[in-house]
Design a protein around this ligand. Structure first.
Ligand code: SAM
Length: 434
């Protein structure tokens, strides 16, 4: 088994078939036994996706015409990535990558030539890449423009943050232990970490570790969740006796956090359209020994699953472009298209309108996305407020994020967080129209 070949095949599933990196990688890793090999394949795949637009530009400079074969193209990218971004010895990177062509012998001399020419001309090629924005920032052009339009001052930082490896953040189950105690357990295992001051449940690790090395992970003492996502449960302000609806709930990170925060709920109903993802909610709750009513259904059509009883709290973690979590899912830069944004915005609007009637008078709906685009966030909520006279925005006063026209935005990388958006909408009596 050649690890470069495995990585190249995973990448061509993403590039050619549009599969998500997580799905393609999970599938490929099933047959890889060595932990070292798995880590290497993973590093290659994530690295190539992060640097795709740069590597692709450099590859184009090394070829007379574009490479049509997705496996061979991916292998060339894997080779270039090792030479520029990894500490693999250049001769080993070239020879092992060339060896990976053995099932396509025609590609052997091509990959060899591409990688050796790169090594000879590296400085000039990298300099050229630095002058071409798409390559220099390693993002598609439409996305650079979109970020620049929405965040003119922060755009460069956001784009650079998108290409960095994110920290591993833990959510401590405060129903079972304290952060201080868990920090001590980590220290006993020589896992360096610190608490995140503004988020009561968060601990950030200095370096990521496999979850099975985390003390008492299997017993539900902690979960892995970015700090930005951990802010949701607090903003929802759940109280004893509340009926809570978590729409678009899978894989259940926020569902579990709400239940950890408040054990006296009347009921928590979690809904998601995707049955297999709903299975993951069930597994997560099982590990944490928590209970909720899990429903597979379309949030845009509650008539299919709602029992008619109003909810005191609704969390709508809307399906979105996920542009705030590119650093965790760098394949988003390859798979997302500019035209998706309008479609997602329409779906979010549809779901928001559909679940609003399920909220009891005086109740609170928390709208959330892991996007940094205003179209999906403050503009979405502004439009909703304009059309719903019984919706009142409750401002979020916090020492994180920035207040927008409405709601609060965390831009990617702020306090090491994912990009996230939150808005709190209270149901009042209909405002009199002037
Ligand atoms: C951002 S993820 C939710 C993450 C989740 N809240 C958590 O914290 O783990 C968005 C979810 O929306 C679901 N979804 C997309 N369209 C939906 C729809 N029409 N109805 C219900 N769920 C939907 C997706 O399956 C996906 O699981």
């Amino acid at each position: 088994m050649n690890t470069r070949l495995v990585a190249a095949r995973v990448l061509s599933r993403v590039l050619q078939d549009g599969q998500s990196l997580t799905a393609a990688l999970d599938n490929a890793l099933l047959t890889i036994e060595s932990g070292k090999d798995r880590a290497f394949i993973q590093a290659l795949c994530y690295g190539v996706c992060r640097q795709f637009h740069r590597l692709d530009f450099i590859l184009s400079q090394l070829l007379d015409k574009p490479l049509k074969d997705a496996d061979v193209k991916s292998l060339a990218l894997v080779g270039l990535y090792q030479l520029n971004f990894m500490r693999v010895k250049p001769h080993a990177a070239v020879s092992e990558t060339v060896l990976a062509t053995r099932k396509k012998p025609w590609a052997k001399s091509l990959i060899n030539a591409v990688l050796r020419t790169y090594l000879r001309e590296q400085e000039g090629l990298e300099h050229k890449a630095d002058k071409f924005q798409v390559a220099a920032l390693s993002h598609p052009d439409w996305l650079i423009k979109q970020v620049e339009q929405d965040w003119p001052e922060q755009a460069l930082t956001i784009l650079q943050e998108n290409n960095r490896q994110p920290p591993m953040v833990l959510r401590v189950n405060l129903a079972k232990t304290s952060r201080e105690h868990y920090l001590q357990l980590l220290a006993e295992k020589d896992i360096a970490a610190e608490i995140v001051g503004f988020c009561p449940s968060a601990i950030m690790l200095d370096k990521p570790v496999p979850v099975d090395l985390l003390p008492d992970f299997a017993d539900g003492l902690v979960s892995v969740q970015d700090t930005a996502a951990q802010l949701a449960a607090g903003l929802l302000d759940v109280q004893p006796g509340h009926r809570v609806l978590d729409v678009c709930a899978a894989p259940g990170g926020k569902t579990a956090h709400i239940l950890e925060n408040q054990s006296q709920l009347k009921e928590l109903v979690a809904v998601d359209i995707d049955e297999s993802r709903m299975q993951r909610v069930s597994e997560n709750l099982q590990r944490l020994k928590l209970q909720a009513k899990l429903l597979v259904g379309d949030a845009a059509d509650p008539s299919g699953w709602w029992d008619g009883k109003p909810f005191d709290r609704i969390l709508l973690d809307a399906p979105c472009s996920a542009l705030g979590v590119i650093r965790r899912h760098p394949d988003i830069k390859l798979l997302r298209r500019a035209e998706d944004i309008g479609q997602l915005q329409a779906l979010q609007k549809f779901i928001l309108q559909a679940v609003w009637p399920l909220l009891a008078p005086g109740g609170l709906l928390l709208y959330a996305t892991c996007s940094i685009l205003k179209q999906e966030n403050e503009q979405q909520v502004q439009a909703f407020l304009a059309e719903h006279s019984d919706a009142i925005e409750l401002p979020i006063n916090a020492d994180w994020g920035v207040a927008g026209a409405c709601g609060r935005q965390i831009v990617t990388g702020e306090s090491a967080m994912d990009g996230f958006y939150y808005a709190r909408l209270k149901k009042g009596s209909p405002r009199t129209k002037l």
